[in-house]
Structure formats: structure tokens, C-alpha cells
Design a protein around this ligand. Structure first.
Ligand code: UDP
Ligand code: MG
Length: 247
């Protein structure tokens, strides 16, 4: 029973890779292969937590098959679609790694970049991927550029690309953070508010070859603007004090 929660949760590992999945069946076989190619040479103890966020395309069936050939894979499956932040949150709550790596399932992020992030995490608490050469339709690139500029201005942030899922975190970063829907776009700001050090590294970005993007202008740009106002409020109202005497 290698992958039952009872037997897996107690054992600490070096790395947990957490990947939200919503209707990504055609990407999963290659994703599994590429992650193995990238991580195996590092000779670290790791797990890959695939969080199926209510897929209806048979993603979970395929993950079960892939698990037969790869004991590093774990499946968490939601009863319905709850969103990318919820999928991350569920993955984090089950992760056993001291370092948590996040990425997308659609291979727009390249698992080959994971070692780069792991190298940097020796110096920082959070390492954010920066898709400096985006491979998306122009409308998405433009809207992302605007979103990043507005986000950075309103939340006084300097991370170039918070929307890039490829990131590495020390596990402790999530200890005091309560996640809400949409908050995955603000991980670097939330972590900095907790006093963690955050840096960014350039990573590759590739066109989506299979499946479809789950986001459009309405559910990404407008929704995340509301989230941005919440983050801005939190940042401004963050409690800060110094105790100079205590009996
Ligand atoms: N995703 C998810 N639940 C959702 C929406 C997206 O788990 O409700 C996953 C999706 O399967 C992918 C990642 O989040 O692995 C990023 O989604 P997508 O590639 O559609 O976003 P884009 O790159 O187009 O911004
Ligand atoms: Mg994508």
C-alpha cells in the first residue's frame, strides 16, 4: 500500500511537486515522463502530487494507470471543479516534502527547469519562475502584461510574473497562510508579508499542445483584479509591532 495516505503521510521527503489538473488527460503521460527525466538524476526523495480538480475527461483514470508504473505519483481527486487555488491547497496539505514545487500540468512549464529552482531555493525561501519569453496567444500576453503591471503597482510588488505556476517554496512558507480562491496568483506577495525571502529565475515557456486554457479575460483579468484589491488591503492592514518590554 505504498500510496495510501496512512503509509505515505508520515514519511518526510525532500521534494513534493504539486500539480493541479483540470481536464489535462492528453498531457499527463508526457508530463510524467518529463518530470522523471528531470528529477531522477538529482537522486532526491520526491513525490508528485497530481490534484485532479474535478476533471471529466478521464484524467483520473489515466493517473491511476500511470501510478502503476511510477510509485512517486500520488492522486488527490476532487468531486467537482473547485479551482486552481483549492487544488494547490489540497496538494500542500498532503505534501511530505521539505521543498514544494508547483507547476501546471499542460507542459507550458518545462519540468527540465525544476533543478534550476531547487538550486536557488538553497539561498531563498521562495523561487518564482519568470516566463520571460511567453508562448501564448497575443491577447493573453497583452492581458498578462497589463495584469502584472497593475498588480505590481497596486500591491507594491516587483515580481515580474506572479502568474507563472512554476515555483519552489520551503514548506514552512505555507504554515501561517490561509488560502482563498484566486490567491495562487499572489503567493510571492503573501510570502513576503510573512517575512520570507523571494527571488525569481527565468524559465522556459511553451505553447499548449493539447487541451485548452481554463482562463479567459473574465475569469482571469477581472476576477484577479478583485483579488488584488483584497491583497492590497491585507498588505496595508498588516499588523506590525515591536515589543520593548514584557513581564
Ligand atoms: N487548473 C485547475 N483547475 C481550474 C483551472 C485550471 O486545476 O479550475 C489547472 C490546469 O489544468 C493547469 C493549470 O491549472 O494545469 C493552469 O491552467 P491553464 O493552463 O488553463 O492556465 P493558463 O496557462 O491558460 O493561464
Ligand atoms: Mg497553461
Amino acid at each position: 500500500m505504498i500510496n495510501s495516505p496512512e503509509s505515505t503521510e508520515s514519511k518526510a521527503l525532500e521534494i513534493s511537486i504539486v500539480i493541479p489538473i483540470y481536464n489535462e488527460r492528453e498531457n499527463l503521460t508526457l508530463l510524467d515522463e518529463k518530470i522523471t527525466q528531470s528529477i531522477k538524476p538529482l537522486k532526491k526523495e520526491y513525490e508528485v502530487i497530481l490534484v485532479d480538480d474535478g476533471s471529466v475527461d478521464g484524467s483520473a483514470d489515466l493517473i491511476r494507470k500511470l501510478k502503476n508504473g511510477n510509485p512517486h505519483l500520488r492522486l488527490i481527486r476532487f468531486g467537482r471543479n473547485h479551482g486552481q487555488t483549492a487544488a494547490f491547497a489540497a496538494g500542500f496539505s498532503k505534501a511530505r516534502g521539505n521543498i514544494i514545487v508547483t507547476m501546471d500540468a499542460d507542459l507550458q512549464n518545462d519540468p527540465a527547469d525544476i533543478p534550476l529552482l531547487l538550486e536557488k531555493i538553497n539561498e531563498y525561501d521562495v523561487v518564482c519562475g519568470w516566463r520571460h519569453k511567453r508562448n501564448d496567444p497575443w491577447i493573453k500576453k497583452l492581458s498578462s502584461k497589463i495584469a502584472n503591471a497593475v498588480r505590481n503597482a497596486l500591491s507594491e510588488e516587483c515580481i515580474a510574473d506572479t502568474g507563472c505556476s512554476l515555483k519552489a517554496f520551503r514548506r514552512t512558507c505555507f504554515k501561517n497562510i490561509k488560502l482563498y480562491n484566486g490567491m495562487h496568483r499572489f503567493f510571492p506577495t503573501l510570502m513576503k508579508m510573512e517575512g520570507f525571502s523571494v527571488t525569481q529565475v527565468k524559465v522556459g515557456h511553451y505553447p499548449r499542445m493539447h487541451g485548452y486554457s481554463k482562463y479567459n479575460i473574465r475569469n482571469r483579468l477581472f476576477a484577479s483584479f478583485k483579488d488584488l484589491l483584497a491583497i492590497r488591503w491585507m498588505k496595508k492592514r498588516q499588523i506590525n509591532y515591536d515589543i520593548i518590554e514584557e513581564d
